[in-house]
Ligand binder design. Structure first.
Ligand SMILES: *[C@@H]1O[C@H](CO)[C@@H](O)[C@H](O)[C@H]1NC(C)=O
Ligand SMILES: *[C@@H]1O[C@H](CO)[C@@H](O)[C@H](O)[C@H]1NC(C)=O
Ligand SMILES: *[C@@H]1O[C@H](CO)[C@@H](O)[C@H](O)[C@H]1NC(C)=O
Ligand SMILES: *[C@@H]1O[C@H](CO)[C@@H](O)[C@H](O)[C@H]1NC(C)=O
Ligand SMILES: *[C@@H]1O[C@H](CO)[C@@H](O)[C@H](O)[C@H]1NC(C)=O
Ligand SMILES: *[C@@H]1O[C@H](CO)[C@@H](O)[C@H](O)[C@H]1NC(C)=O
Length: 444
């Protein structure tokens, strides 16, 4: 090969190399995008140990938080079979054993590699508050057994404790307002934001052994027992929350029976709920927000189909009709209901109504502002979600990993081109060397 020819061939080769280089850059740079790395979720487990039954709620939230608070969603709710843990006062080990099927369920949902870092809480409410007042040793034994049972699972167990009434009320308030998007909302700009012109709602909760009212008053709350402060998604909330122990559905019924019993005999019953509890004067400041009523309020009135925005007069009329029906008429009206539901239909709905009207002072004009809810967006309304949400403030966040990715066809094409370039370069080098060896060829 003459040096002139070789030079021409080398120039051609270099031109091809140059073109390929440009092609590779085009393939790599133009389609490259900031890849969507699958969001890493953190999990949390909360047991709601109520007076009549226990549930386990499984929550998760994206590891990167919004102004310090997680966007929490419910993955699943597992209902523990059997009564509330306070019913195991004389068989504490039974309380621990009853939780296991739900813990097993949770272990199937939380990925194995994340179980050890999954915070797990057990919060007990009025049922255990009453047991502690009756016999604190028994309450401690029940807590020891449930803690032992949860401790056998590979989770980050943070303890079992009794929530105060105002904690229970204010976590319920957080749940309601979070689910109704008054705390944080996904905006049209595709970001989580603090909603500008929505009002928060009050929360009315009726459990088996206590009832709670919580709202955001316009003025600071003086009484430290009923004032609660939260910082969520970068906003401060100062709430009034009051819990009336013994005014829950089943305790109220027992109080009525006890009052009747005591009136007809001189027998003394020792129980924290009576007789003092029965005399408690429920007075509530004027409600500043339209309220959301859930749990017992929802269940008792929903059974009679009274949660759809009926007027107070029609609610009154329906309850009066139910209470004057015979057992046979009730069975005809509700053919699928259980005996307990039928037995309690009159007392339970009358009690809910009395509490709302006499206790919380709702009237014909304010009644229509009450929203009755059980679930919002497939999530149960109760205190547990609010509890988890507030606790995410303390769980460190992880910024998402930033990764740049290529569509796979571009990646394959770029790899092939790079391989060809490598071969061409080798050929060029080889040719140059041969030439230099044979004829002392100078540089191109
Ligand atoms: C409380 O319960 C413990 C254990 O069951 C029992 O030994 C004790 O006598 C009880 N105390 C009262 C005041 O009933
Ligand atoms: C976070 O705080 C900023 C500034 O206070 C606010 O504009 C934004 O809406 C907040 N984000 C959320 C999710 O509330
Ligand atoms: C607050 O609660 C404590 C203990 O439960 C009680 O001793 C105190 O009297 C309460 N204070 C008010 C103002 O109700
Ligand atoms: C909110 O509360 C924090 C204390 O947790 C305080 O430092 C901050 O100034 C408060 N912000 C507003 C706007 O009140
Ligand atoms: C009971 O409630 C009434 C209003 O319904 C109020 O005037 C009275 O002061 C209350 N009594 C007590 C002891 O709080
Ligand atoms: C909410 O969480 C904070 C930690 O971020 C904690 O200090 C506070 O006690 C919690 N609030 C309640 C009412 O438990």
């Amino acid at each position: 090969m003459s040096p002139r020819l070789l030079r021409a061939v080398s120039r051609g080769w270099l031109a091809v190399l140059g073109l390929l280089t440009v092609a590779v850059f085009v393939l790599v740079l133009i389609p490259a995008k900031d890849a969507v790395v699958p969001t890493r979720f953190k999990y949390g487990l909360v047991f709601d140990a109520g007076s009549t039954h226990t549930s386990l709620y499984i929550y998760r939230w994206p590891a990167d938080k919004e102004n310090g608070t997680g966007i929490v969603s419910q993955v699943e709710a597992c209902s523990v079979s059997g009564p509330g843990i306070s019913s195991y006062a004389d068989n504490p080990a039974g309380a621990g054993a009853s939780l296991k099927p739900c813990l097993d369920r949770a272990m199937k949902i939380v990925p194995a590699e994340q179980q050890r870092e999954t915070p797990t809480y057990l919060g007990a409410t009025a049922g255990m508050r009453l047991l502690r007042m009756e016999n604190s040793t028994k309450a401690e034994q029940v807590f020891a057994e449930v803690s032992k049972a949860i401790g056998e699972y590979p989770v980050d167990f943070r303890g079992a404790r009794i929530l105060t009434g105002s904690e229970e009320g204010s976590f319920g308030w957080i749940t309601v307002n979070y689910l109704l998007e008054t705390l944080v909302k996904f905006s049209f700009a595709e970001r989580w934001e603090h909603p500008q012109d929505t009002e928060v709602l009050g929360a009315l909760d009726l459990g088996g052994a206590s009832t709670q009212i919580t709202f955001q008053p316009g003025v600071p709350v003086e009484d430290r027992n009923t004032s609660v402060f939260f910082r969520l998604y970068g906003t401060n909330y100062s709430l009034y929350s009051h819990s009336y122990l013994c005014y829950g559905q089943s305790q109220a019924l027992k109080m009525l029976l006890a009052a009747l019993h005591q009136a007809s005999s001189s027998a003394q019953i020792s129980h924290p709920c009576y007789p003092q509890g029965y005399q408690e004067n429920i007075t509530v400041a004027e409600l500043y927000d339209s309220p959301c009523a859930f749990s017992g309020f929802y269940h008792t009135l929903h059974f009679l189909n009274l949660t759809g925005g009926q007027s107070l007069s029609s609610v009154n009329a329906t309850i009066a009709q139910i209470c004057s029906s015979s057992w046979e008429q009730l069975q005809l009206l509700f053919p699928t209901a259980s005996r307990t539901q039928l037995r309690d239909a009159c007392t339970a709905s009358s009690y809910s109504l009395t509490l709302l009207l006499q206790g919380y002072k709702f009237s014909h004009t304010t009644w229509p502002s009450i929203h009755f809810v059980q679930q919002v967006a497939n999530t149960d309304v109760g205190w547990t979600l609010g509890y988890m949400l507030n606790l995410t403030n303390m769980i460190p966040s992880e910024p998402p990993a930033a990764v740049t990715g290529l569509p796979s066809c571009s990646w394959i094409a770029a790899t092939v081109l790079l391989a060809i370039m490598l071969i061409l370069t080798f050929c060029l080098l080889a040719a140059t060397c041969c030439q230099r060896n044979s004829s002392g060829y100078e540089h191109l």
